[in-house]
Ligand binder design. Sequence first.
Ligand SMILES: Cc1cc2nc3c(=O)[nH]c(=O)nc-3n(C[C@H](O)[C@H](O)[C@H](O)COP(=O)(O)O)c2cc1C
Length: 358
Amino acid sequence: MKRKIVPVVMVLVALLLVPCGAFAAEKKGLLVYDSIYGSTVEVAYWIKAIIGIEHQLDVKTIPQVITLEPYDYIILGSATRNEGPLKRMHEFIEANRSVLATKELCFFLVCGDSDETQVLKVPGKEAHLIAGRNYMQPIYQRYPELKYTCIAGFGGRQVMASLGLTDRLQIKLLEKLAKEGAIWIGFDIWESLVVERVEAFANEVRVKVLGLQPRENVEQFRGYWQSLQPANLKDPSMGKFKRKPWTERVDTKKLFYTRSRIKGDLDPTIAMLETWARKNGYDLRVQVKTFFNVYYHAAKTYGGKERIIHIVPSTMPEDPGTVHISFRSYDKPEERAEVQKDIEAAEALLWANGRKLP
Ligand SMILES: Cc1cc2nc3c(=O)[nH]c(=O)nc-3n(C[C@H](O)[C@H](O)[C@H](O)COP(=O)(O)O)c2cc1C
């Protein structure tokens, strides 16, 4: 008799504990955003929809937040200015950094440039890595104690007619100075946002922060972003979003630039670049290294001068199982023949064995 009672009691205790455990596990979240022209707001509510309105996630603009205490996790989201989050987002982090350090954090940026293999050179500034998640660098440097479970840089939207005077002047100046030109010229509305990145980020929060399954059929939520607003009032055929080409070769007076993508992972790509550098006499100097990309200066002296090739292999959230690689030389055309030949040799190695993708 006693033998039968013990297992029955154990089953009853287990049945009572299971639902308590399930309820206790639910984490409470806060998404704090900062936006100037509104696109980051749309993205914030889109992320909430994919995470699921059945889960507690308050969405608030900075002045609406009086405390972070009730939350287990916090998603910070900001528009991008001058290659980093907005000033007010920095102030918010600074004011709350000791509390933020105790919370689980995620960070997303809404930005114009989304190609994470991109290097920018403008007069008066060293060439440097820009775009998407690369804009997290100032955040890492200023608040090294903060760690992030998920980060993303989605791209964004620029509504040209709405830009304030100083913003318009700054954008015009960039159009003139950027050696690679400006992709938004000719648009009334220009969008660079990669929708799959928003979906991947929200699902990463579901999986890594909330311990849920990724949501399927996420395309149903794209209405939070897409609209009937045209790209150009005079040209109805024009699309607002045109993906930056995955394969490109630009040869101008100011720049030699190639970009391609291959099947594979970051580590084997790095190994191939190291082999190429050794064989061709380049000193491969790491400028920035993250979990998703590396920015190298490949240096070699010839013609009495040190030549630098800027190389960035990067994985992309929207293109899994591939690595995108850019090469840039800012030497003058008459001085860069050897550099171009060496870049072609690097590409031949990377593209071999059917790895090259269109
Ligand atoms: C003056 C100005 C500076 C900008 N600087 C950058 C920048 O450095 N990098 C970038 O990728 N995007 C930059 N952008 C693009 C914005 O981050 C992008 O349009 C974003 O979607 C705006 O978000 P919001 O609508 O929430 O304000 C800039 C836009 C303006 C108007």
